[in-house]
Write a protein that binds this ligand. Structure first.
Ligand code: ZN
Length: 519
């Protein structure tokens, strides 16, 4: 038994000695290569499997990683951004659950995605402190120090069997406005940054350069053309993409570790440059066992995972929580939420800005879990009651439809309760509402009405609802209930819900358009 285990090892050692002699004696020999394997995931928001357990799951990725490392010892595990937000879990843990999961998975390097800044720079700094892996970011700069944000590095250099591999990170410039990095973080031009870093790495004798990016594909292609990188490991699109530009391949997996990318760089020992690249996209499915070392992560978050899977009620109908629908027309989810706000505060009318209804999916008939409720209303806004005149209520609704032809998906679009109105978006903004009924009667501009809305809209004037800032607040903001709790209670009270679009909002220009389309 013992002999059998040792013999292959001796054979391997002899083979290795022979190979290295060949390499030393014939410097030009092309088969003197070092294989460096890059394992890729990107845009991973949940550590547990997704798609009803059929795909993803970091514990399964860990099993695959172990198997690959047996074949290819020079392996680096990379995350191409987006993990701290958004997810239902992150409402509670602000991404620390993902850092725990990555720490358990043996992740080597991560770059920032745009969503890493969703909870602000201080939370990200805290998440970086908790990380056992290294964050790399060449174009995300702390203006106060002039250095990469937090304790990130622009790049790292790793050496394998005498060849050097440089890895640097790049993040979308638009993160500045689409997330919350604050005023002290600058996002430099990816192309210019890449050019500078690649030449710096070349200057240090690094001939193989990997860009770990969170950019759009068109930006990745520009970076590939302008900088001389050898391979780009990217993300952000949530689409499986394999492209090439400027001689460099670009890889992106979909999201939530549904696949693991394996990219083998075959690097010449003599020149240190990439001779060839092999790759495969490995589907992460229930066929792969979960690594038992991940059990501690499941144990730690067991309570939350159980809580999120708690059934709070049932729906007998499809619930339309698609973003586009909620921002362009009355939806059954919009009606139900506006009704629940109004009932919870005993207000005359209820208003919900369509942009705050998330989930972005049609929820099928069946049980509704806490995860469903929080995926629809994730922001923990408070439901408040205001008093306003009929004139201000009209102005509020005019504002709600003032971008209905100008924007494809205006977040301000009003979902309402206790109100019926007809609007015509062909008319100028500010005078689009042609009929407005409150509680079955025409609106009285002089009368006072009470309105239920989120504090985001009603107090902060979010989505441009600044006219509500002047309304009289009838509830204490700090004591007002959270929107998701109000929704959950409304579902629980009914046990089975079946909301339908009731014709509260009529749009004249679309009805007209459909008629002409038919002709
Ligand atoms: Zn992204």
């Amino acid at each position: 038994m013992r002999f059998n285990r040792v013999a292959p090892k001796i054979a391997l050692i002899i083979l290795f000695v022979l190979l290295s002699q060949v390499c030393l004696s014939a410097q030009q020999k092309p088969d003197c290569t070092v294989r460096v394997t890059l394992l890729q995931v990107n845009d991973v928001y949940q550590f547990a499997p997704v798609d009803l357990g059929t795909r993803g799951g970091i514990a399964r990725v860990l099993t695959l990683k172990q198997e690959i490392e047996k074949q290819s010892p020079n392996t680096l595990f990379l995350l191409a951004g987006d993990t701290i937000s958004p997810s239902v879990e992150s409402i509670t843990y602000k991404g620390s659950q993902m850092i725990d999961a990555w720490n358990a998975s043996g992740l080597d390097y991560a770059t920032f995605g745009n969503h890493e800044f969703d909870f602000g720079p201080d939370v990200l700094r805290q998440r970086m402190k908790e990380s056992k892996f290294k964050w790399i970011a060449a174009n995300v700069i702390d203006k106060k120090t002039g250095k990469p944000f937090g304790d990130a590095q622009s790049y790292v250099i790793r050496e394998f069997d005498g060849v050097k591999v440089g890895i640097f990170g790049l993040t979308l410039e638009e993160t500045k406005t689409t997330s919350r990095p604050g005023p002290d973080v600058a996002f430099l031009n990816p192309c210019e940054t890449a050019r500078k870093i690649v030449s710096e790495l070349h200057g240090q004798g690094v001939k193989t350069v990997v860009a770990l990016t969170h950019l759009s594909m068109s930006e990745d292609k520009q970076v590939a053309r302008c900088s001389g990188v050898d391979v780009i490991i990217g993300g952000h699109e949530h689409t499986l993409l394999e492209s090439a530009s400027g001689g460099a391949p670009i890889f992106k997996m979909t999201a939530d570790a549904r696949e693991l990318g394996q990219i083998d760089l075959n690097i010449s020992k003599n020149t240190g440059t990439v001779e060839s690249i092999d790759w495969r996209v490995i589907p992460v499915t229930s066929q792969t066992k979960e690594d038992p070392r991940f059990a501690s992560i499941y144990r730690k978050y067991d309570a939350l995972l159980k809580e999120l899977s708690q059934v709070v009620g049932h729906t007998a109908v499809e619930l339309d929580a698609r973003s586009k629908a909620g921002r362009t027309q009355e939806t059954n989810v919009g009606d139900f939420i506006a009704d629940s706000f109004r009932a919870a505060t005993k207000a005359d009318v209820g208003l919900m800005n369509g942009g705050s209804i998330r989930a972005d999916e049609i929820i099928r008939p069946g049980p509704l879990t806490k995860r469903d409720v929080l995926s629809i209303l994730p922001f923990k806004n408070r439901v408040v009651k205001l008093e306003l005149t009929g004139a201000t209520l009209r102005e509020t609704l005019e504002h709600g439809v003032a971008r209905s032809v100008e924007d494809a998906e205006p977040g301000r679009f009003p979902q309402v309760s206790g109100i019926r109105f007809t609007f015509d978006a062909r008319r100028p903004a500010g005078s689009r509402i042609v009929e407005l009924m409150v509680g079955g009667k025409s609106l009285d501009e002089k009368k006072k009405y009470t309105l239920a809305a989120s504090d985001y809209v009603g107090i902060d004037g979010g989505d441009g609802y600044s006219m509500l800032k002047g309304a009289r607040l009838l509830t204490l903001r700090e004591q007002a209930p959270f929107d998701s709790d109000v929704l959950q209670a409304a579902i629980a009270a009914k046990k089975v819900i079946a909301p339908k679009v009731e014709g509260r909002i009529k749009r004249l220009d679309q009805a007209q358009k459909q008629k002409t389309d038919c002709n």
